[in-house]
Design a protein. Structure first.
Length: 605
């Protein structure tokens, strides 16, 4: 028998202490002291560690520069930009080699961030985020890649050159389309983030190189965006418009990253020119961004278009990172705004850090910073990147100034970067091998086999196998049908109009400023999904194919409003349709080539 002394002394005091330790482990909120450099760097280091745990591109068998599903290629570029900032503000070089590897692996054949595994699906905004990442690397003197690799400035110039060649004056008198390639959803849409990335890149290239041509392009991009009213007189920045309406039917959503990227470009132009005009524009944009700060003091950042209605998708859960990044950078190029900006960023950074209590490690960050330190139950690349980026903003006053070619910049450039066919709106032509006699013979045999198989299939399709007639009689019936054109007509008839196979596309968005619900902050929010109505419409569409002459049911008459307008009138609403830049209505096939010949399935949301 064991002695009493062998039994562990599980006293109430010890149990209480263990419970406290467990609760502390499960609720490990960051206690951010914005006045302590050590506190800020320590918390940023932990956040960076947790952020990079999502990235697998540096592991064996993975592709450098790609994030796993459900993250798209553009967000990996945004991540590299954040990790460059992390090094710049903290001096911690732990992740530098990983970042350089990713930046170099995705450059593509023409040093313009159009890699073969993305060119058929990437948009101008996607390419722009990678271009802005390497622009930051040049400005912040991030360690240069090996000499035999393309340099950061060259890559930024390559992105700029390919996009300048795509400037489209034939539709809406200017601007960049959202998509690069004609077959992608959104090719008829000109979105603000594509214009903003191009504008900011041009402005920053002008500041870095001193080349006035870049400044001219920045002016052109700004003037067009204002003229088309994507930026209104209040300096609110909206999402974009379709070229089918000559860009007059503006989509009214406001996103943090749209405002942020124009603030970034305007601050560079102000620093370059020192003009009162650019000062006025910059101040207007910063004031306009107040719409994204809520709470009693209006100083906690919120993605107001989707957070309050629980509709933020994977992409949107990262947007606040970029407004945080670019507002902080503005304090360097326009110091007169530093106090105004930090009065917003510092309280937001404390709120962001306080809610990082999630995940198995008890310190993962969520989306919402407005819940008084309560984690919202979500984790992800975007959530972690946002929190880290705004915490880093507390170090901007201690950071080195951004460099230029005239003030210590070491990155090498190439003004002609991007290749001969600058715009690259079409994929590279196929490289056909020489046709030989053997290949001709093989092709002939294959053609004959296919023809025989095709004829057999046609006969099988048009012979009624359920008929009780003898086989011979059925064959003569089939021959008569063919001679009368029946079989041929069936084969060559054109396909009628049908609903888009993905069920959603930018073309279906017909929302205007007046149609959209508001949050009370003059920011439109996505309309709620009416799942029952969507299912009913699908059922109606299916039934109508085979029952066009039957009378509609009561529920069908209700769906058509009793007017006989049917599905056509209902389809013009925006219910269930995310806005074009509720990124991403991604594209005809948004599969991701992982470099090994394997493709993942489409991710549409």
């Amino acid at each position: 028998m064991s002695k009493v002394s062998d039994v562990p002394p599980w006293t109430s005091t010890r149990c209480f202490a263990m419970l406290l330790a467990l609760l502390s482990r499960l609720s490990m909120a960051y206690d951010l002291d914005i006045t302590s450099t050590n506190s800020v760097k320590t918390i940023a280091r932990s956040m960076a560690e947790d952020l990079m745990n999502f990235y697998k591109g540096d592991q064996p068998g993975q592709v450098p520069g790609l994030l796993p599903d459900p993250y798209y290629w553009w967000e990996a570029g945004a991540l590299m930009g954040s990790m460059i900032d992390y090094w710049y503000y903290t001096g911690d070089d732990k992740w530098n080699d990983v970042v350089i590897q990713a930046l170099m692996h995705q450059v593509g054949e023409y040093n313009a961030y159009m890699p073969e595994n993305q060119t058929l699906t990437e948009g101008n905004d996607d390419q722009g985020f990678w271009g802005l990442a390497v622009m930051s690397a040049a400005e912040q003197n991030f360690p240069n890649p090996p000499a035999d690799q393309p340099q950061y400035l060259t890559l930024a110039q390559g992105v700029f050159n390919t996009q300048a060649a795509r400037w489209d004056t034939q539709h809406c008198n200017g601007g960049l389309r959202w998509q690069i390639f004609t077959w992608n959803k959104g090719y008829d849409y000109k979105n603000t983030i594509s214009q903003g990335c191009f504008f900011a890149l041009a402005a920053r290239l002008a500041l870095y190189t001193g080349n006035s041509s870049y400044a001219d392009w920045a002016e052109r991009a700004w003037d067009w965006t204002r003229a088309i009213n994507f930026i209104d007189d209040r300096y609110y920045v909206f999402d974009g418009a379709h070229i089918t309406t000559n860009c007059t039917n503006r989509v009214p959503y406001q996103w943090t990253y749209n405002a942020g990227v124009f603030i970034n470009g305007a601050s560079a132009m102000y620093n370059l020119t020192g003009s009162d005009l650019w000062k006025e524009r910059l101040v207007g944009l910063v004031n306009g961004s107040d719409v994204f700060f809520v709470g009693p003091e209006r100083n906690i950042m919120q993605e107001v278009a989707c957070e309050t209605v629980e509709l933020c998708n994977t992409d949107q859960k990262s947007f606040k990172a970029y407004l945080s990044r670019w507002l902080a950078a503005t304090t360097r190029w326009a110091p007169f705004l530093a106090d105004r900006i930090m009065q917003k960023l510092q309280p937001s950074s404390v709120a962001a850090a306080q809610q990082c209590t999630g995940g198995d490690n008890g310190r993962m960050c969520g989306l919402k910073w407005t819940e008084n330190g309560t984690w919202d139950g979500t984790t992800g690349v975007g959530q972690q990147m946002m929190a880290m980026q705004i915490v880093l903003s507390n170090l901007v006053g201690q950071s080195r100034d951004a460099v230029t070619q005239r003030s210590g910049g070491t990155s090498k450039g190439d003004p002609s970067a991007g290749g001969e066919e600058m715009g690259r709106n079409d994929p590279d032509p196929l490289d056909f091998s020489e046709i030989t006699a053997g290949s001709i013979a093989g092709a002939s045999i294959l053609t004959a086999l296919l023809l025989i198989g095709w004829i057999t299939l046609i006969v099988w399709m048009f012979m009624d196998e359920t008929s009780e007639k003898p086989l011979k009689q059925r064959f003569f019936d089939f021959r008569s049908s063919v001679l009368n054109g029946g079989g041929l007509v069936a084969l060559v008839r054109e396909k009628g109009d049908s609903v888009d196979e993905k069920g959603k596309s930018p073309e279906s968005v017909s929302t205007t400023d007046e149609e959209m619900p508001k949050t009370g902050l003059d920011v439109a929010t996505p309309a709620p999904v009416r799942q029952k109505q969507l299912n009913s419409r699908r059922a109606l569409a299916t039934n109508s194919k085979n029952s066009s002459d039957r009378r509609p049911t009561i529920s069908e008459r209700a769906m058509s409003g009793g007017s006989g307008s049917g599905i056509g009138s209902e389809a013009s609403t925006s219910y269930g349709q995310p806005p074009p830049n509720q990124r991403r209505l991604r594209r005809v096939d948004r599969s991701r080539n992982l470099g090994s010949g394997t493709k993942l399935g489409c991710n549409i949301y």
